[in-house]
Design a protein around this ligand. Sequence first.
Ligand code: FAD
Ligand code: NA
Length: 390
Amino acid sequence: ESTPDLVVVGSGFFGLTIAERCATELGLRVLVLERRHHLGGNAYSEADPETGIEMHVYGAHLFHTSNEKVWDYVNRFTSFTNYQHRVFGQYDGQVYSLPMNLGLINQFFGRSHTPDEARALIAEQASEIETSEATNLEEKAISLIGRPLYEAFIKGYTAKQWQTDPTKLSADIITRLPVRYNFDNRWFNDKYEGLPVDGYTAWLTRMADHPNIEVRLETDFFAPGHEYSADTIKGTVPIVYTGPVDEYFGNSEGRLSWRTVDLEAEVKHVDDFQGCAVMNYNDQDVPWTRIHEFKHFHPERTYISGKTVIVHEYSRFAEDDDEPYYPVNTAEDREKLLKYRELAKKEPMVLFGGRLGTYKYLDMHMAIGSALSMFENKLKPHFAEGAALH
Ligand code: FAD
Ligand code: NA
């Protein structure tokens, strides 16, 4: 058996983009190590066994981008539906159309406003607090959109997301709270948007479908004693590492903190449970943050009738064994991250990438775009021209 030219740790969008580019463009033999039982990282999806409905196992994933390079690249592996994401939100017995827009304002304040009237109303309500003087998240939000909208649409949801009262959260968690003074309720503003026609897993599988790429599932880079364990191969072959950066260094500088979500799926014996893909729950006494109904992501498909699958989502701080989803990014985390970055620079044959390797929330198009840049700026010069890896 021949040794690979490159080892990639992690088979999410970052790792698969690196593997695909190196195999296709440079003819390298790439070995991808993946500790889960499936490839694809958090974008992985599978059919619910009872209903056949495509479920995004690690939370709903909506693809969107304005990056032409990324759009061209992803279209090599899948085509996209014309799905446009829209989100609705419950508060105090009513359903509103999000993000905050003229429709929501009219419904909430119980009368119609022109765009200018609505702008004047919100400016007046926001004048209660000067943004530069806000000392916590609650004051910051009120300074931006006023108290009534804050209390209905930000306070309860944020408290549930962070399991913390917004007066105890840092003001710099939010920089803006966009309000649209028109009836536009599309969730994303990007030029391209859609869902992969044959699903995420088909797309991710096609990326790895190359004779020079081998994906080894259920293989943890850090588990000792296998052929490609960290302790065996470090320093002998170039590695692109997309796992958690703190874990790579044995948490020597302390663990970085993450939020996670608990997802509870349940089959309901109705055609349509909520009439849309995502419903937010803004009331503080409702314990979940959102309900997803996955059949609505693919109105073009013919799914089973009389059944649907819904997923309640709950948000909390991640403990040691939880899936890390969103970086908490406190000042303490940022200090640790700087130390890990210094250590990472000293790992001569290892490049760190992806959301876990850089401790950054990355949308899929950002993870793919950043992998394409690493390929162009680091890997191609190294393998094609003999440049140093770093
Ligand atoms: P990941 O997908 O996390 O892949 C990393 C892989 O590395 C994992 O498979 C992991 O098992 C593996 N690994 C780690 N350590 C080891 C090890 N030691 N040995 C072997 N394998 C290892 N993006 C969007 O664009 N739209 C969305 O709507 C959207 N929704 C999201 C919702 C949630 C709840 C979350 C958490 C993310 C969402 N994202 C969304 C972001 C998307 O998931 C990321 O962009 C994408 O996962 C990044 O890919 P990655 O390769 O960097 O990381
Ligand atoms: Na203000």
